[in-house]
Design a protein around this ligand. Structure first.
Ligand SMILES: [Zn+2]
Length: 302
C-alpha cells in the first residue's frame, strides 16, 4: 500500500474517502514527482492527525509537510496541499535511482543510487535561524550552532565520501541566532507558519527524536522549521570515543534538512548507511555525509 493511501486511511476525520488518483501534470502542485491522492472531505482549517503528526489543512494554494524521525524507523510523514480550487491532496513519495550495492545490505553507500523524493522543493535560498537558547544542557551553544550549520550545508553542498563534486544548486543562508521558537508544537503538530525558518531543540512526542515541518506556497517551499527532542533524548555536537546514548546533532540534522529539501526515506533494511534511511542510532554519524543515492536525489530536484 502506498504511503499516501496509508496516510489517508489513518486520518481521524469522518467520512474521508479516497478519490481515484488525480492526474498530476496539469495541477499547480509542489513538484509533482510522486503520486497524488485527493482527500475527499478535507477542508481548509480542519485539523488532521496521522500517527501523532498534527496538521491543519492550509488555505488554497498553500501546503504543509512534515516528517518525524522515530525510534523504530516507522515512516511518519505528511505532504498535504490545498489546490486553488479548494481540493485537498496528499502527496506520496516517489522512488528513484537503482538498488546498487544497497540491495545486499547497504555496506556501500557510494555504490547505492537509491533515493526517494517527497515532492517538495525550494526555488529560493532557505534562510534560517537557530533558537540558541534552546540548546540542551551539556552542549556548548557554539558547537550546536556549528553542527546545525554543517548539517544544512551537507545537503546544499552535497557533502559526500564518494568523491562526487557538488552539483546541487540548492542554497541555504544561516541568518544567526534568534529567540523565536520553532513553529512545531510539543504535541508534534505543525503550527501556522510565521515566515521565519527556525531550528531548535524542545519537546516532541516521546517516540520522535526530531521533526521537521515545512510549508509551500504556490508550489514551492517557503519556510521550514526543525525541532530536536531534548526532553526524551540526549545530544552531542562532537561525539568522541566515549560517546554513549547521545544523538549526533549534525547527523540527525543532515537527515532533517534532507527532508526539508525534498528527500524522503529509503529502506532501512536495504540502505542503512544512506543519510535518508529512517533510523539513526545514538553516537552514529555516518548520516552526516551523503550516499550516492542521497546525492542523486538532490541533483534530480536541484
Ligand atoms: Zn526521516
Amino acid at each position: 500500500m502506498g504511503r499516501a493511501l496509508r496516510f489517508a486511511s489513518s486520518i481521524l476525520i469522518a467520512s474521508v474517502l479516497l478519490a481515484p488518483a488525480t492526474p498530476t501534470r496539469a495541477l499547480p502542485l509542489a513538484t509533482p514527482r510522486g503520486p497524488v491522492e485527493r482527500l475527499a472531505g478535507a477542508r481548509p482549517g480542519m485539523t488532521l492527525v496521522w500517527t501523532g503528526i498534527r496538521v491543519t489543512v492550509p488555505q488554497p494554494g498553500h501546503g504543509v509537510w512534515a516528517e518525524a524521525m522515530t525510534i523504530d524507523g516507522s515512516d511518519h510523514s505528511i505532504g498535504l496541499e490545498t489546490l486553488p480550487t479548494g481540493a485537498v491532496v496528499v502527496h506520496g513519495a516517489a522512488a528513484g535511482g537503482g538498488e546498487g550495492a544497497g540491495a545486499d545490505g547497504g555496506q556501500s553507500p557510494c555504490a547505492d543510487s537509491a533515493y526517494t523524493l517527497n515532492g517538495s522543493s525550494w526555488q529560493q535560498t532557505m534562510r534560517w535561524y537557530f533558537n540558541v537558547s534552546s540548546t540542551p544542557p551539556g552542549v556548548f551553544r557554539a558547537n550546536a550552532e556549528a553542527a546545525l550549520r554543517a548539517a544544512a550545508t551537507n545537503i546544499t553542498h552535497g557533502v559526500n565520501d564518494c568523491h562526487q563534486s557538488d552539483q546541487v544548486t540548492a542554497t541555504v543562508g544561516f541568518q544567526g541566532t534568534i529567540s523565536r521558537g520553532v513553529n512545531i508544537s510539543t504535541s508534534s503538530g505543525c503550527l501556522q507558519r510565521d515566515g521565519i525558518s527556525v531550528v531548535g531543540f524542545g519537546n516532541l512526542s516521546a517516540n520522535y527524536i526530531a521533526m521537521a515541518c515545512w510549508w509551500t506556497v504556490g508550489g514551492h517551499t517557503v519556510e521550514a522549521d526543525i525541532r530536536f527532542n531534548k526532553y526524551d533524548y540526549r545530544w552531542v555536537a562532537n561525539p568522541g570515543a566515549g560517546c554513549w546514548n547521545r544523538y549526533v546533532i549534525e547527523a540527525v540534522g543532515t537527515h532533517e534538512f534532507g527532508h526539508v529539501f525534498g528527500l524522503a526515506h529509503v529502506s532501512e533494511a536495504q540502505h542503512p548507511l544512506m543519510t535518508m534511511s529512517p533510523i539513526i542510532h545514538p553516537c552514529e554519524r555516518a548520516e552526516d555525509t551523503l550516499g550516492l543515492g542521497d546525492l542523486d536525489g538532490l541533483e534530480t530536484i536541484y
